[in-house]
Design a protein around this ligand. Structure first.
Ligand code: SF4
Length: 366
């Protein structure tokens, strides 16, 4: 392990430090990069089609869920022109399991536009990419840097977290966003910008995680202001909580091939005692990531987060629930309740759970 000096807390990063940070991260990336199916190997020229396809699939879906779908898409449509020529229904069908079908429609529209208006070649600038359907600021930055080596930054929640900690930016979100963007942009190196973007994604996903960051493994710990201050986990700061606390959960909308949905009975004691509910993670103050929630899922299956969330006000707290859908073919267990949605009327569902049901049906029915 390196014995580099750790910066004192409170001291701003010097320009020399800022210049050396990308190199440190790239050296770490060269040793620890994640092997992902869409990533070019060291020395390979990235294929813009693969980069674009993976970035669209990864919007709102986990790396684990995207892997097999990405491979299946590539096998079926190995080039943008072949994807553009495919019927939309085939694309929507192949998209199954990735959820949020508007993304699949935009994917197909984008493929057609690139094929018909750009000769099958993606624009190589952020501005050009943003003209295409389904490509927003983050995705344009990611593609421009990874596929074309442009000095562009792709700032999502993971990058905001890492940068807030590195610079010790303590303004709460979303006030801090412009400062975080500027700080993230200043770090992007002129060379290996694509590797740098992917390195930052890897650092946020594997080391500088929302909870319990593994600072001792981090290539930036010597300069990281939050590490020096010992408050990394508190950053990025959120707006001060209102008097009424918030609790978060992820509900699991699990369906079987016969159309039934998994429900369960709440414990007799406590809130909503004895009522029927869609299974959820424990309710807690901090929002759940899908990876964390998966440990509480009632079935071992791919989870897809449905867009939006469900909000319900209880007397002493506000409840925010995301709904994750999964399919299973396993046999029902003796203590499980499987009910078709049209029969939910016979179940004792509290209002909060009815909202989850409406939310799930609205999205799953699309
Ligand atoms: Fe994040 Fe810790 Fe690395 Fe700082 S030292 S960037 S808080 S993992």
């Amino acid at each position: 392990m390196s014995r580099r000096r750790t910066s004192p807390p409170g001291a701003p990063l010097t320009s020399l430090q800022v210049r050396s940070l990308p190199g440190q991260l790239l050296a770490w990336y060269d040793r620890h990069r994640r092997a992902l199916p869409w990533r070019a190997l060291p020395g390979e020229v990235p294929d813009p089609y693969r980069v674009w396809l993976s970035e669209i699939m990864l919007q709102q879906t986990t790396v684990a869920a995207v892997g097999p779908r990405f491979q299946a898409f590539l096998r079926r449509w190995p080039s943008i022109n072949l994807l553009a020529a495919a019927p939309l229904d085939d694309v929507l069908h192949e998209w199954q399991g990735l959820g949020y079908y508007a993304r699949a429609r935009n994917l197909h529209r984008c493929a057609r536009m690139v094929a018909e208006q750009h000769g099958g070649i993606f624009p190589d600038t952020e501005e050009g990419l943003r003209e295409l359907p389904g490509i927003g600021g983050y995705t344009a930055g990611a593609i421009a840097s990874i596929a074309f080596g442009r000095r562009a930054s792709a700032v999502d929640g993971n990058v905001e977290r890492v940068v807030a900690r590195l610079y010790h930016i303590t303004e709460p979100m979303p006030v801090a966003k412009p400062a975080l963007r500027a700080a993230a942009g200043a770090l992007v190196p002129g060379e290996r910008a694509g590797d740098y973007a992917q390195a930052l994604m890897d650092l946020g996903a594997t080391i500088c995680t929302p909870r319990k960051p593994r600072c001792l493994m981090c290539p930036w710990r010597g300069d990281c202001r939050a590490f020096a201050a010992g408050d990394a986990e508190a950053l990025p700061a959120r707006v001060a909580k209102k008097a009424k606390p918030v609790r978060h959960a992820i509900a699991f909308w699990v369906t079987r091939p016969d159309g039934t949905v998994l429900l369960r009975r709440r414990p007799e004691d406590g809130l909503l005692g004895g009522m029927i509910e869609v299974p959820t993670t424990p309710w807690r103050e901090e929002a759940w990531t899908l990876e964390e929630a998966a440990m509480h899922a009632p079935v071992a299956a791919t989870l897809i987060t449905l867009p939006g969330d469900v909000r319900h006000g209880f007397t002493h707290f506000d409840f925010i629930v995301q709904v994750a859908a999964a399919r299973t073919k396993r046999r029902p267990k003796a203590d499980e309740i499987w009910v078709k949605p049209e029969d939910f009327g016979s179940q004792a569902l509290p209002s909060a759970v009815k909202k989850m049901v409406r939310h799930a049906l609205a999205h799953m029915g699309r």
